[in-house]
Design a protein around this ligand. Structure first.
Ligand code: ADP
Ligand code: MG
Length: 650
């Protein structure tokens, strides 16, 4: 009996005692080793004319025996000598990530995620097997050797027989566990044709050699010559060797070779969507870092896209072997909806989650992926507007959210991709389109935020701005205004040979100074505010803390009054924040603005002069609440408001 080296022993303990749920990856590891072994022989054959390889010799065989509870993976690859068996299977390759994994596992007593994510090679067999026998004959040798172990203390190596070069790895599966609570591991799925086939398809579909299995099928028996009219076809079962994997990864094939249909099928099966993707695109990078990526923009949002449980990520392959189904590091949050595959031969198979984050190759790929997605979205925006609008309906919120959560840092990348409803053009426009249509003297990008386009379109302030000849973006997504607040300004990108145009401030028409009035109008409003100080003080007293001031408006034409916000929080932001756990006390600083040219104002003035405090109170309350209703804000006391209106009518 030879003893395992210390660190191999540690890992084995982890494997055996692991409650790891992805035990099934053992098959991926064994097939990947078999594929490597065939690779080695294949490469040898390229330089050594003596080696003639038949097509069959490249195939990898998977089989099982239900009664003996064995699963066998065989290859006709390069094989291992006695020494190699000892060295390769008795010691685990020492690498930093492995050492890290094990230290971590020990200190946290948590083997769960560490083992499974990345494959730890051959030893993963002990997650499912109580013993493993490896029979191998090295190419060019005439001795075969068997390595055997129960994975606990050590292993034995003894003489064996094998016809040809290559390796059989024979696992005797653990017994199905029976825990006292009725749970327990069940390994029977690995002893079924269906179970093994599914695993091969799932994890090893793109291994470049055929992975074959004997499968049972049925066929119709030939019709006897003397069959009468009432002959019913008879069936028989038979077995046949089938190649289970598709071998050539679809992302490695050139685009002209693959039909749209095939891409769509691949997308739907691999990413579990029932709808075809909206867009399919790929990256083929060669050079210091070579990789292929195949990316999809779904045509609809998954139901859980905006929930906490949603996991972004691309499938990560290294030389056609799946390393990870969702590698988050490959996608930025704002493109979390993108699905796809990245395959790089330059990444190691046993790359760990911990080292992934610091992996510069992966970061370089992620950067390129992000750029490519942005470019693809721009293309879609410019060439297929209808489809882009559908896309934006599904995923636009995430782009805005990206700008918001990056405090505007992503503005340059993402702002061009946004769409908003234009009150003037009555359709969705980009910010660039908004600016292109804007008169030269326009000082800001105007928007109004609220619950519905219809309502916003009727807001008096919106109409005032429209009447001045300026378009207003009607924003109905909860994140719109937060995104704008993070952006602060937006300027069109400079065309060739042009200086970049001055960026314009993004301005809520119902917040702060609007700067639309002429100097004269402003002065008038200021004077009127001063002249009527006593009235406004009285009105402010009526409203108390609800408003910070009452002033004459320079932004109203027809409506008698409006409520605006003076500080950084707009009325709409207040409404949205009120629905979040920690935003409830974020209040806007409200200002009641009165239209001094409106007949109601004259009535108010007369009441103030006549000392009719009751009337001033009644009018003030009605005006304030009306303005809120028009702007889609809830009013504090609907009953009091109704009573006040009734009083006016009687
Ligand atoms: P890795 O594949 O990352 O090197 P493994 O633990 O999967 O690590 O395998 C350890 C070593 O055992 C391999 O590097 C290889 O030399 C040897 N080996 C495993 N399986 C086979 C096989 N089927 N044929 C030849 N050599 C093998
Ligand atoms: Mg391996």
């Amino acid at each position: 009996m030879r003893k395992f080296k210390t660190e191999s022993k540690k890992l084995l303990d982890l494997m055996i005692n692991s409650i790891y749920t992805n035990r099934e990856i053992f098959l991926r590891e064994l097939i990947s080793n078999a594929s490597d072994a065939v690779d080695k022989l294949y490469f040898k054959s390229l330089t050594d004319k003596e080696i003639q390889l038949g097509k069959d010799e490249l195939a990898i065989q998977v089989s099982f025996d239900k009664d003996a509870r064995t699963v066998t993976v065989s290859d006709s690859g390069i094989g291992m000598t006695k020494d190699e068996l000892d060295r390769n299977l008795g010691t685990i390759a020492h690498s930093d990530s492995m050492a890290f994994k094990m230290d971590n596992a020990e200190s946290q007593g948590d083997d769960v995620d560490i083992i499974g994510q990345f494959g730890v090679g051959f030893y993963s067999a002990f997650m499912v097997a109580k013993s493993v026998r490896v029979v191998s004959k090295a190419y060019g040798s005439d001795e075969a050797w068997a390595w055997e172990s129960d994975g606990v203390e050590g292993y034995t190596i003894s003489e064996a027989t094998r016809e040809d070069h290559g390796t059989d790895v024979i696992l005797t599966l653990k017994d199905n566990g029976e825990n006292s609570d009725g749970t327990g591991e069940n390994y029977d799925t690995f002893l079924s044709e269906y179970g093994l086939k599914s695993l091969i398809k799932r994890y090893s579909n793109y291994v470049r050699y055929p992975v074959q299995m004997e499968v049972s099928k049925t066929r119709e028996k030939p019709k006897p010559e003397d069959a009468g009219d009432d002959y019913k076809p008879e069936y028989e079962s038979y077995t046949e060797i089938d190649t289970i994997n598709s071998m050539i990864p679809i992302w490695k094939r050139s685009k002209s070779e693959v039909t749209e249909e095939e891409y769509n099928e691949f997308y739907k099966t691999d990413f579990h969507d029932f709808a075809d993707p909206a867009r399919t695109f790929s990256i083929h990078a060669e050079g210091a870092l070579s990789y292929d990526a195949l990316l999809f923009i779904p045509s609809r949002a998954p139901y859980d896209l905006y929930s906490k449980d949603f996991k972004k990520g691309l499938a990560l392959y290294s030389s056609n072997v799946l390393i990870m189904e969702k590698c988050e590091e490959l996608l930025p949050d704002h493109y979390n909806f993108v699905r796809g595959v990245v395959d790089s031969q330059d990444l190691q198979l046993n790359i760990s989650r911990e080292t992934l984050q610091h992996n510069s190759q992966l970061r370089a790929i992620a950067k390129k992926v992000e750029k490519k997605i942005t470019a693809e979205l721009k293309k879609m925006r410019d060439n297929d507007r209808e489809e882009y609008e559908r896309f934006f309906e599904n995923f636009g919120r995430g782009l805005e959210y990206g700008i918001y959560t990056s405090y505007g840092m992503l503005k340059d990348e993402l702002a061009e991709l946004l769409l908003f409803y234009s009150a003037k053009q009555q359709k969705l426009v980009t910010l660039d389109e908004y600016l292109e249509a804007a008169p030269a003297d326009q000082k800001a990008i105007y928007y109004a935020a609220g619950e519905s386009i219809d309502r916003l379109a009727k807001m008096p302030i919106v109409n005032t701005v429209l009447a001045k000849g300026y378009d207003v973006l009607l924003c109905t997504r909860d994140v719109d205004e937060f995104c704008f607040t993070a952006m602060m300004t937006y300027g069109r990108a400079a065309a060739e040979g042009e200086d970049a145009p001055e960026p314009l401030e993004l301005k809520n028409v119902a917040s702060g100074e609007l700067d639309l009035a002429t100097e004269e109008e402003k002065k008038e409003a200021e004077e009127a505010t001063k002249e009527n100080e006593a009235l406004f003080t009285a009105m402010k007293d009526v409203l108390g803390d609800a408003v910070s001031s009452v002033t004459v408006s320079s932004r109203l034409t027809d409506a008698p009054a409006c409520v605006t916000a003076a500080g950084p929080v707009s009325l709409e932001m207040e409404r949205i924040l009120a629905q979040t756990p920690d935003g409830a006390d974020m209040k806007s600083e409200r200002v009641l603005e009165i239209n001094a040219k409106h007949a109601v104002f004259d009535v108010l003035k007369a009441a103030q002069e006549a000392g009719d405090a009751d009337k001033v109170k009644l009018y003030t309350e009605v005006l304030y609440n009306q303005a809120l209703i028009v702007e889609g804000m809830p009013i504090d006391d609907p009953v009091a408001y109704a009573n006040a209106v009734t009083k006016l009518m009687a």
